[in-house]
Write a protein that binds this ligand. Sequence first.
Ligand SMILES: Nc1ncnc2c1ncn2[C@@H]1O[C@H](COP(=O)(O)OP(=O)(O)OP(=O)(O)O)[C@@H](O)[C@H]1O
Ligand SMILES: [Mg+2]
Length: 289
Amino acid sequence: MRDPCVLCRVVLLTNNFLQIPYIGTCRLVLHGRPQYFQTLTFQDGVCVSMIKLSHVHKFFGPNEVLKDVNLEVKEGEKLVIIGPSGSGKSTTVRCMNGLELPTSGQVFVNGVELTRKNRTELVRSTSSMVFQQFNLYPHLNVLGNLTLAPIKLFGKARKEAEELAYHYLEVVGLTDKAMAYPTTLSGGQQQRVAIARALCSQTKIILFDEPTSALDPETVQEVLNVMVKLASESITMVIVTHEMGFAREVADRVIFMDYGTILEEGTPEHFFVNPIHDRVKQFLGKILY
Ligand SMILES: Nc1ncnc2c1ncn2[C@@H]1O[C@H](COP(=O)(O)OP(=O)(O)OP(=O)(O)O)[C@@H](O)[C@H]1O
Ligand SMILES: [Mg+2]
């Protein structure tokens, strides 16, 4: 992982020397003005913070849709985001992959601050996204969808890209659909292709924004099964979903968002057994029963 800033690098070196874990806040002051303010987590001298949102605010016009969101996702962690419609779940995930830039606050991906300038390159090399509506290219067959980014963006040879595509088609159970066009596939199959496409980019992070909510109930499980399989890998996953059975099975942590803030966070068990806020109890009451 790249060192995030000069001061963090100093901290890193010091910690390596002292052999102690470090969790804390760094502030680099240049010419009397703070240039960086970040709270990346180091353990055993290694930065383990894969995504970090620090004091993120997002306005759309006068509407403040994210209000001081602070969130860290560690390498390999599976984080599930739940909450009512309009609470800011998609905006939070979109800030993680540079589709939105915060109005104020900072986003760090893989230890590097995401900026207007570096966001395309940084996100492309570190994270992929799976959307509710699949977003497959309709004019390309499945193999074409899967090999496009590896060939055009990552410079892989066609043969290597196709081998990769077949490998991930096997992971999602769709090897026989390599030549099919998206419109000939069911919703569940299209979403599994979209997941295979995300995997073909071989990024450390995959972000899922309600990947099963556009599917009919019978095909939801086939997509969730693929995601459960992925969750056993070291990949970092952030998943907006209301599939609480799935969350219970794979999530390391669940956060509940309401009105642009993180109202409550905990393990899936915490949310099933002992949620604190009435708002959370009320929401879970609706989606669980
Ligand atoms: N591009 C945009 N322009 C203006 N307002 C936006 C934009 N994107 C989102 N919003 C507003 O920001 C708020 C949060 O939206 P967001 O999509 O993040 O919510 P959500 O929790 O994902 O909701 P849902 O569960 O319905 O997907 C909403 O009030 C929404 O109308
Ligand atoms: Mg949304």
